[in-house]
Design a protein around this ligand. Structure first.
Ligand code: PRP
Length: 212
């Protein structure tokens, strides 16, 4: 049996159709169930559906053999004990810095910027790489609010359509990374369950490749 950790929310909506294309579906409807472990149409595979930020942790410690997670979550985790196997090309978006429209063309003069993000590690790495000092304030959601109420000068967050930024009078500033979902594996599972994993990767690669 292999266990696959799926990220709930937006990513799940795009992951399930991909799995369906390789003949795998969940027995119960994850949108109408409080279950956390889901059986599948194939009895050698089961799924756990958890928060995206927890997927790399479950896979790192071998609680799941495989995982589907955004590159953002993978980078923030650091990738220890994990193998990145495949770019699934779903949930494509950008990791950006963003600022209020009124300061769009104002140079960053503050000695120590205040930045709100759920990506503390990535944000710190980014500003450091740009030679800027930043104090990163960890938030769990609604990052866009922080510059509007004086909690931060700017934010680091995902942008897909740009609607959330526009609705809050913020604008994109720097591109940190292009993001998409990745299939990841536990390093030990890659050895112990190599055949099963390789077969799944081949099937998914074929579907993803054909969707380019
Ligand atoms: C994400 C992200 C932005 C928004 C961007 O949040 O944090 O707030 O989507 O999407 P857009 O550019 O299409 O508007 P999400 O809705 O996933 O909720 P979260 O804040 O709980 O992560």
């Amino acid at each position: 049996m292999i266990t696959v950790a799926l990220s709930k929310g937006r990513i799940l909506k795009q992951t399930l159709p991909l799995l369906k294309k390789i003949g795998i579906s969940l027995v119960d409807d994850p949108y109408n169930s409080r279950k956390l472990i889901f059986s599948a149409s194939r009895d050698d595979i089961q799924f756990v559906i958890i928060r995206a930020t927890d997927v790399p942790t479950f896979v790192q410690f071998g609680a799941a053999d495989l995982g589907v997670v955004g590159k953002d979550g993978l980078m923030e985790h650091g990738g220890e004990g994990l193998c990145e196997l495949l770019d699934l090309r779903i949930s494509q978006c950008r990791l950006m810095t963003a600022v209020p429209r009124r300061s769009e063309n104002v140079p960053r003069t503050r000695k120590r910027l205040r930045v709100a993000s759920k990506y503390v590690r990535l944000a710190q790495q980014y500003y450091q790489s740009q030679g800027m000092q930043a104090e990163v304030i960890k938030l769990y959601g609604a990052m866009e609010l922080a510059p509007l109420v004086g909690l931060a000068d700017e934010i680091v967050d995902l942008v897909e359509t740009g609607n959330t930024l526009r609705a809050n009078d913020l604008v994109e500033k720097d591109l940190i990374a292009n993001i998409s979902c990745r299939l990841i594996a536990n390093a030990a599972s890659m050895r112990t369950r190599h055949q099963q994993i390789a077969q799944l990767v081949d099937q998914l690669a074929e579907v993803v490749g054909s969707e380019q």
